[in-house]
Design a protein around this ligand. Structure first.
Ligand SMILES: [Zn+2]
Length: 479
């Protein structure tokens, strides 16, 4: 373990001035009571010293981990920050900030001292897809995690290739001092990291149990980068992620340095898996237990473990840190209300929704627990709800679990479920207002039983508020 020697930082008046200004702006925003103004301090600091982020991150003795990917950035970054800390480092993390460049600058400026001490000895930077090339110009990471690349809900007809094309030159500029930790189960990312100067550590699954039958509707089917033919999969795990190959040429998933296998899902609570890694000369298989649910999180776990190995955190420390990890507040929550246990899982795009549905149906082969789907289409939810047609609600057609719908677009949701083959006698379209529909839904659950609530973002906020106002979950919300 090393600590930063403050005397080692050469005085840098420009940097200090930029930090002073950033801190002043941040305080001003706080005093004015405007929460969430995370990019303004970075914006003004950047005008005074464009080198601020480079200077601060150069001073981090253990270097920087940059995390990029469409899904799971927040969870994976938190896991990585936790395991670096468990390994004796003091990470500086843009945890609360925006993950665009100005937001990252704001976060690092707020944690630095005016003398240019970065306030820690390692960095974890969560990078927005669009911001990654600019961030890589400013910060040369010790580890760059490329976790997955999905079409975003807001940009689902946009070009996945556009992102890949923008990333390519930035990734090619990295030298061997950077290790790229890449999800090789993602064909686009595997292609992006082939033949680069940086060291590459590839991870993926070799898993028997959790295979998908076919590409889901939400998937980004990919073409072979060598010959242009449509790719095929020996095994498919989440969306388009899996053991892919080209039927027309030799192109296939590259060999893996870290393998996830024997994944065991413990409902909405946790998962167990084995990680087999050859990143350092370690000894084969490691059993990992983590308090996050779903196959998609197994990818996040595997990614974080691989980054931990690259950052020289010992395997027993990684295992202990993962065992202590809990889901971020706001994604999956469990509350007790009127003697029923309600599990709330946020749904915001087809990929995430499919994972939730899989989680609810995998053990029983269909839906057996009463479920309320609450769909709003306010700005924060995304105004266009046609993405619901990309979700595999067909998974819910089997089983006896009752399905209720509510929210501004609850009627559309009920309609979608009918098309998915859900029998009419299982389906209850409830009113738009959550107050009454929540009660009607809870009536469908036997006392002492449990139910699932799957809300979009604003529906989640509203339902939580109602539950809190009714005193259901007091201790829970305080965390
Ligand atoms: Zn091919």
């Amino acid at each position: 373990m090393t600590t930063n020697d403050r005397r080692a930082f050469r005085p840098d008046p420009r940097l200090s001035a930029a930090l002073l200004l950033a801190k002043g702006v941040a305080r001003g925003i706080q005093v004015a009571g405007r929460g969430g103004g995370t990019s303004a301090p970075g914006m003004v600091a950047d005008r005074v010293d464009v080198g601020l982020l480079t200077k601060l991150t150069d001073r981090l003795a253990h270097g920087v981990v940059t995390v990029a990917g469409t899904n799971g950035k927040t969870t994976t970054s938190r896991m990585i920050a936790d395991l670096l800390e468990a390994g004796g480092m003091k990470p500086v993390h843009n945890r609360s900030g925006s993950n665009l460049v100005r937001g990252v600058i704001s976060a690092f400026a707020s944690q630095a001292r005016l003398n240019g001490d970065p306030g820690g000895d390692a960095g974890v930077i969560e990078a927005d897809e669009a911001a990654l090339p600019e961030l890589l110009e400013r910060v040369s990471p010790r580890a760059l995690l490329l976790n997955n690349l999905f079409r975003d809900q807001l940009d689902r007809y946009g070009e996945l290739d556009t992102i890949a094309r923008k990333w390519r030159p930035a990734i090619e500029r990295l030298g061997p001092e950077t290790t790229i930790v890449v999800n090789a189960d993602d064909p686009t990312l595997a292609a992006l990291t082939t033949g680069v100067a940086a060291r590459v550590v590839r991870f993926g699954f070799n898993e028997e149990r959790h295979r998908l039958e076919s590409l889901s509707h939400a998937s980004d089917a990919a073409a072979c980068r060598v010959c242009g033919a449509d790719l095929a999969w020996h095994a498919l795990y989440v969306s388009h992620l899996g053991d892919w190959y080209c039927p027309s040429c030799d192109n296939r998933r590259p060999d893996l340095d870290a393998i996830g296998l024997d994944i065991q899902l413990n409902g909405v609570e946790s998962l167990d898996m084995t990680v087999r890694d050859t990143i350092r000369d370690t000894d084969g298989d490691h059993a990992i237990h983590v308090g996050v649910p779903g196959v998609y999180n197994a990818y996040n776990v595997l990614a974080a473990v691989a980054v931990g190995r690259v950052m020289d955190v010992p395997m027993p420390t990684i295992i202990a840190s993962m065992a202590a990890f809990r889901s971020a507040f706001g994604r999956i929550e469990r509350v007790t209300y009127r003697d029923r246990t309600l599990t709330l899982a946020l749904v915001k795009n087809p990929v995430g929704f499919n994972e939730v549905l899989r989680m609810l149906t995998v053990a029983t082969g269909g839906l057996e627990v009463p479920t309320l789907i609450a769909i709003n289409d306010l700005h924060a939810d995304g105004r266009d709800v046609s993405w619901l047609w990309d979700v595999d609600f067909e998974l819910l057609a089997d089983g006896d679990g009752k399905l209720a719908t509510t929210g501004i677009r609850g009627a559309d949701m009920a309609n979608r479920l009918k098309y998915a083959g859900v029998a009419e006698d299982r389906l209850t379209p409830l009113p738009e207002e959550f107050e009454s529909s929540l009660d009607a839904f809870v009536e469908q659950i036997s006392a002492g039983g449990s139910g699932y609530i799957l809300p979009t973002y604003t529906a989640m906020l509203r339902i939580r508020k109602i539950l809190a106002d009714r005193g259901a979950v007091e201790s829970f919300w305080k965390q």
